[in-house]
Design a binder for this molecule. Structure first.
Ligand code: SAM
Length: 916
């Protein structure tokens, strides 16, 4: 068979196989196998690819009328598809031949149709057009928080044999996981915390959870508007175009079913459906979902008297008007084939109606926030509507950039392109969607009223960045990110931890000064009495070179007028993203220092400097890297006190706490009243989740590996090594200034210390451990010491103490501020032995700690027992002794009776003084 024949045959054979497949004569494999065509691999590839892009190809075949106008294609749609695939998406048609001539002859019209599709889907390459893989979008399941919690739903799927996967830390890995889910795997969504993601095509219609409204099948994109509007509990809300009610019920779910939602709908097209029908559907759905906070109205929203008594308190408005639906993936062909595609005229009508409805939303006198959304991909219905309306209201409203970690933004070329949010099958694994958020500006004159307590919002600038807080999120975004499971009346909003910005030069002292001012009133009132340990350290001092170097208690040192020259060091810079250094050996994360790395002025020593630090301390190596020099070149010094630290186990909150505590002791020891310092990391660790806390506590940090030129310091402290910290000596009866450290830590995080023990209503917090990737050497993120039956334990305690508040705390996605917020309000902390229990340092006075150990972990690990002793907390522990209670992947089953007994004992001890 000649080459040329082979090519023609390839297309003809591929078309034949495709017919067989569509006629259900067998799978790709079987149909290809049956073919007499020799090059099976080539044939399989072409058939599979053509199937992948079936919808796009079919659309182009129809729109170009290829079959009608080219008799050489024998009216064979499959043949046209395979040719189009190779011509536009695949490697190109190989050899000249009559079939290639057909394509070349129609090249102009074919490319113009593909161009239209590229624009419609906002992609650059034909290969990025929606394929059947992207069309097979994951199945999204929204948890109805009115009826249940996300964890309960997860548990019930796990009980049915589903496997819960980890959520990767970056979105592209998340997408990959979602596209490759096995049929029994699922995971939480990357962006929305009430959403679960299941394999495409999973059939839930028989599921009890769906039938009883516990979960709602809703595409992720359509869940965005309610999250972005995020009306709080008790809010007065309008859903202007509500039927069939997905967003109404979602808002009710987020509002805890408390408040009022006025839900309007009508239809102007009597042939589509009667108004009552649509409202009835909405009513039915709301009943099914248990929504009681809505008032459904069959009414044209445009006729609503927004300034009437009824609506005068409306603050949040959802505008999700009728649209072309061009973003809905299953409508791809109808979008693009001539008959059903949206004509310019229809688009014009839709645009007009959408703009009218959106404009009307601005007329509620107290409206604070309006979210506009469509399931269309047309700019006429999206960016163009919003920009038109924004022009009219920009004096009073801004378009707010929401969900900053969302990967797809508005189409280029509009004033506020980057503030809009778009969704698509390719970029976000959802239907095509558009969302914009309008937020009322704070008028200058309203600021005065803040004093009278009327309104506590910030004055916001046009650019949201301006109003952002230190951690990169503004208040609303923080609200959007709430993630915590709380039982009882308390509702806690929890934010995901974000990296503070990291500088490669020392932080602006003014900024640190501001920070100091913020916390100093609390800290300056602290009564720092003389402490024996600090006194002993101060007495044990050795000075060399006329005080250029002073060592204290062989534990730490102060260097005055010191030069740090990085050219005498070797090792990575540090600060890399953890994904880029997975499996990196630990030794790589420490710098090698050579003599001359530290230089101090010294007139009378020429050889090595002599001062002994303890065996195993990195300060021994620092000492070897310290060189006396007789002259220092002219230089500019870093004025502010700088604390140099080598961190070990930098992702572990316990070990990092020892470093923080040591640095804090240095501030006390050297009487740094501002309680701020520069922190210098002399190590090469990658970015870690705890790095930002250094900034919060001390004002800023720099990685020594990133210093590009020699740096002079007026005062450089060599911090006590973490392993040498008093906090690491678990047998000590007390450690210096632990209460002051607690207040310092809480004050720097702006967490109030107001909790008083109330034995009638105790706050009992379960701290649960979760798998997560914290450092490069545990890329799977599996951790040990997890409780197998968290929910059972919570339930049993809830049952036993219905009046107490039971909180379940999972710290992995929470900022330190939020963790402290919970801990500072906790009376009894219960958890498996693990670094998280370090938080016991910040429990209120008179609190209690219950520590649980699995069988395989020694109770000699007394880190938290020691903390309880130093903090004067009530403490009890329990260890599992039954092998049968240990399960794979480090799960331990803890009998509920154990927790009940432990709690009853500790409550007895804690509350006894109040009873006597
Ligand atoms: C995209 S659907 C809304 C979907 C709904 N928000 C949900 O999430 O389930 C648009 C709705 O707007 C309604 N609609 C269109 N114009 C309206 C108007 N002037 N007043 C009230 N409803 C209107 C339509 O009847 C239609 O039900």
């Amino acid at each position: 068979m000649g080459d040329m024949n082979r090519n023609s045959n390839l297309y003809i054979e591929a078309a034949r196989v495709l017919h067989d497949i569509y006629e259900k004569k067998g799978s790709i494999k079987t149909c290809v196998h049956r073919s007499s065509f020799q090059e099976k691999q080539m044939l399989t590839a072409l058939v599979s690819q053509t199937l992948r892009f079936a919808k796009v190809l079919e659309t182009v075949v129809k729109r170009t009328k290829l079959l009608e106008n080219n008799r050489l294609l024998w009216n064979d749609g499959m043949l046209a598809r395979v040719l189009l695939y190779d011509f536009m998406i695949g490697p190109g048609l190989y050899k000249p031949g009559r079939l290639k001539v057909v394509m070349v002859k129609n090249k102009e019209i074919i490319t113009s149709e593909f161009d239209r599709l590229l624009t419609a889907y906002g992609v650059n390459e034909c290969s990025e057009l929606p394929s059947s893989t992207t069309e097979a979008l994951p199945r999204y399941v929204r948890v109805n928080l009115i009826k249940t919690s996300v964890d309960e739903v997860i548990d019930s799927f796990v009980d049915k044999g589903w496997t819960l996967l980890h959520v990767p830390t970056d979105f592209s890995s998340f997408k990959e996981v979602c596209q490759n889910l096995d049929e029994n795997q699922f995971l939480r969504d990357f962006h929305l915390d009430d959403l679960l993601v299941f394999p495409a095509h999973t059939d839930f219609h028989d599921s009890r959870l769906v039938q009883d409204g516990t979960v709602i099948l809703q595409d992720k994109a359509s869940c965005l508007p309610a999250h972005i509007l995020s009306p709080p509990e008790g809010a007065v809300v309008v859903d202007s175009c509500a039927a069939p009610g997905n967003k109404t019920s979602h808002m009710a779910s987020l509002m805890g079913n408390k408040g009022t939602i006025y839900a309007f709908d009508h239809t102007i097209d009597p042939y589509v459906c009667q108004c009552e029908d649509r409202i009835e559907v909405l009513q039915e759905r709301m009943e099914g979902a248990g929504v009681s906070c809505k008032v459904a109205r069959c009414m044209d929203f445009l006729r609503v008297k927004t300034d009437s008594q009824t609506y005068r308190d409306v603050e949040y408005v959802m505008v999700d008007p009728s649209c072309s639906g061009s973003g809905i993936v299953s409508r791809l062909d109808s979008l693009t084939n001539d008959d059903a595609s949206v004509s310019q005229r229809r688009l014009g009508q839709l645009h007009k109606l959408q703009a009218q409805i959106l404009r009307h939303a601005f007329s509620f006198p107290k409206v604070k926030k309006i979210v506009y959304s469509t399931c269309s991909i047309n700019e006429e219905e999206n960016e163009q509507v919003c920009e038109e309306i924004y022009e009219k209201f920009k004096e009073r409203f801004k378009i707010k950039k929401v969900m900053k970690n969302w990967p797809e933004r508005g189409r280029k070329g509009y004033q506020k392109s980057d503030r809009y949010l778009r969704a698509s099958p390719t970029a976000t694994l959802t239907n095509g969607f558009f969302v914009a958020c309008f937020k009322r500006r704070k008028m200058k004159q309203e600021v005065g009223s803040m004093e009278s307590g009327m309104d506590q919002e910030e004055v916001s600038s046009e650019d949201d960045q301006g109003s952002q807080k230190q951690n990169g999120m503004d208040d609303e975004e923080k609200e959007e990110n709430f993630k915590l499971n709380v039982r009882c009346t308390m509702r806690l909003h929890v934010r995901q931890q974000r990296e503070y910005h990291v500088t490669t030069s020392f932080p602006d002292t003014r900024m640190s000064y501001q920070l100091a001012l913020k916390t100093s009133p609390i800290l300056s009132n602290l009564n720092v009495t003389k402490d024996d340990t600090l006194m002993a350290w101060s007495k044990s001092n050795t000075s060399i070179c006329n005080n250029s170097f002073t060592g204290f208690a062989h534990l730490f040192a102060k260097l005055e007028g010191v030069l740090l020259d990085s050219s005498f060091s070797a090792g990575p810079q540090g600060g890399e993203r953890i994904e880029s250094v997975l499996n990196q050996p630990e030794e790589k994360e420490f710098l090698t220092l050579k003599p001359g790395y530290f230089q101090i002025r010294c007139d009378n020593i020429t050889g090595d400097m002599e001062y002994k630090f303890q065996h195993g301390d990195h300060l021994v190596k620092w000492m070897a890297a310290l060189k006396p020099v007789s002259k220092m070149p002219a230089h500019q010094e870093v004025d502010k006190i700088t604390i140099a630290v080598t961190r070990y186990e930098y992702a572990n909150v316990y070990h990092t706490m020892t470093d923080w505590y040591n640095a804090f002791l240095m501030l006390l020891f050297f009487n740094v009243k501002s309680f701020t310092a520069n922190i210098l990391f002399i190590d090469s660790h990658p970015q870690g989740g705890l790095d930002s806390i250094w900034t919060t506590l001390f004002g800023g940090y720099v990685r020594a590996g990133q210093l590009t030129k020699p740096q002079y310091f007026k005062n450089l402290i060599w911090n006590i090594q973490g392993y040498k910290s008093p906090m690491f000596r678990h047998n000590l009866p007390s450690i210096p200034h632990i209460e002051i450290f607690r207040l310092f830590f809480l004050a720097k995080h702006n967490v109030q210390v107001t909790k008083r023990l109330n034995c009638e209503k105790l706050h009992i917090t379960f701290l649960w451990r979760r798998d997560y990737v914290a450092h490069p050497r545990n890329p799977r993120g599996i951790i040990s010491r997890k409780a197998k039956n968290e929910k059972e334990l919570e339930d049993s305690v809830h049952k036993l103490y219905p009046n107490h508040c039971i909180v379940s705390l999972r710290t992995e996605n929470m900022s330190m501020h939020d963790q402290l917020g919970v801990i500072a309000n906790t009376d009894i902390l219960v958890g498996m032995h693990g670094a998280g229990l370090t938080l016991a340092l910040f429990l209120p006075k008179n609190a209690g700690l219950i520590e649980l150990y699995p069988k395989y972990w020694s109770v000699d690990n007394a880190h938290f027992k020691a903390i309880a002793r130093w903090r004067n907390l009530q403490y009890t522990q329990w260890q599992n002794m039954d092998n049968k209670m240990e399960f794979p992947d480090y799960f331990t089953y803890i009998p509920p009776s154990v927790i009940q007994n432990l709690l009853s004992n500790i409550i007895g001890l804690m509350c006894k003084p109040y009873k006597d």
